[in-house]
Design a binder for this molecule. Structure first.
Ligand code: CUA
Length: 333
């Protein structure tokens, strides 16, 4: 009996020590959304359980190793145990209860963080290799920055143009995979003004690790100001717009503008040059060639480059955007 009491006391002390350590190593970024509070409550329950179970196992193991070690000269066999029904029922019933309680708490939290506010701000999110694009259809604004007003629920309607990506702002806690050909919703209510980052949390190719975008949570007044600034900004020249598109849609990740070789052909001195295709024909890189190359890359693969690498931009870029990109490529002489 004395040994059980000693083990119990050691387990309790160890649980508190490990929990204190886990809470001190910065596992949690700041809570910046209404949803994060409920998610963190679940995490905190888990941290207590982790601390307790680790202590229960390790303390018992180490205690037994030290106290019940074989004495010198003792070569007798250990006790022969054939089973212990009471113990087996206990170690089945307690974990079963724990799992049921956690399942209930998890389902309740999931319900709480998915509550729909019909007046939520609509933002269309487009993910692609390797960029984020955000559009505010109510205001006719689109941006590579995600600007959000504080304390207003935002309904992120997300789709991917190529492979599976995943929207994750650690400070918001919630996370959602984004699938090509489908629109999935994620609702979040930012609660803390500040600068954050959206990261892609699904391995999506070579530059997955760099697929980040700025997220700025501002006051409602500053958000209205930002929207009107975006609306009144003079439309840039086609060349400048093309340059912006080449970064926001990730073109320059594969096409250099300084002549160096990347995944795709360089854009430097491209316009007007002779391009040798993998099928043996040679074309002049005029407007038509470039437009086709942008929206239907596989129809004219340049010799020395693999097919099926460039994403399909035919549903992503409209006519004007393609023309802007061509205008920009023309300036790279
Ligand atoms: Cu997109 Cu990883």
């Amino acid at each position: 009996m004395r040994r059980y009491v000693i083990i119990l006391v050691l387990v309790i002390v160890s649980t508190f020590l490990i929990h204190t350590w886990l809470m001190s190593i910065g596992l949690f970024p700041v809570e910046a959304s209404a949803q994060s509070v409920a998610v963190d409550q679940l995490f905190h329950v888990h941290l207590w359980m982790i601390s307790f179970l680790f202590s229960l196992i390790m303390v018992t193991l180490l205690y037994s190793l030290l106290v019940f070690r074989r004495k010198k000269e003792d070569i007798s066999d250990g006790a022969y145990l054939t089973g212990n029904s009471a113990l087996e029922i206990t170690w089945t019933a307690i974990p079963l209860m724990a799992v049921l309680v956690l399942a209930y708490a998890g389902a309740k939290t999931l319900g709480a963080i998915q509550i729909i506010d019909p007046s939520a701000l609509q933002v269309k999110v487009t993910a692609g290799q390797w960029y984020w694009q955000f559009a505010y259809p109510e205001y006719g604004v689109s941006s590579t920055d995600l600007y959000l007003p504080v304390n207003i629920q935002v309904d992120l309607q997300m789709t991917s143009v190529d492979v599976i990506h995943s929207f994750w702002v650690p400070e918001f806690r919630v996370k959602q995979d984004i699938l090509p050909g489908r629109t999935v919703d994620l609702r979040v209510t930012p609660s803390l003004i500040g600068n954050y980052k959206v990261r892609c949390s699904e391995l999506c190719g070579l530059r997955h690790a760099y697929m980040e975008g700025p997220v700025t949570v501002v006051s409602q007044a500053d958000f209205a100001k930002w929207i009107s600034q975006q609306q009144s900004a003079a439309p840039p020249s086609p060349e400048l717009r093309g340059q912006q598109l080449s970064t926001s849609y990730g073109c320059v990740n594969c096409h250099s503008i300084d002549g160096s070789k990347k995944t795709g052909p360089t854009w430097l001195h491209l316009y007007g040059s002779n391009v040798k295709l993998s099928n043996g024909t040679t074309l002049v890189a005029d407007d038509d060639y470039l437009k086709t190359a942008i929206i239907s890359a596989n129809s004219q693969i340049v010799a020395g480059f693999p097919a099926n690498v460039m994403p399909d931009f035919s549903t992503v870029l409209d006519q004007t955007m393609v023309e802007s990109l061509v205008a920009y490529i023309k300036t790279l002489k």
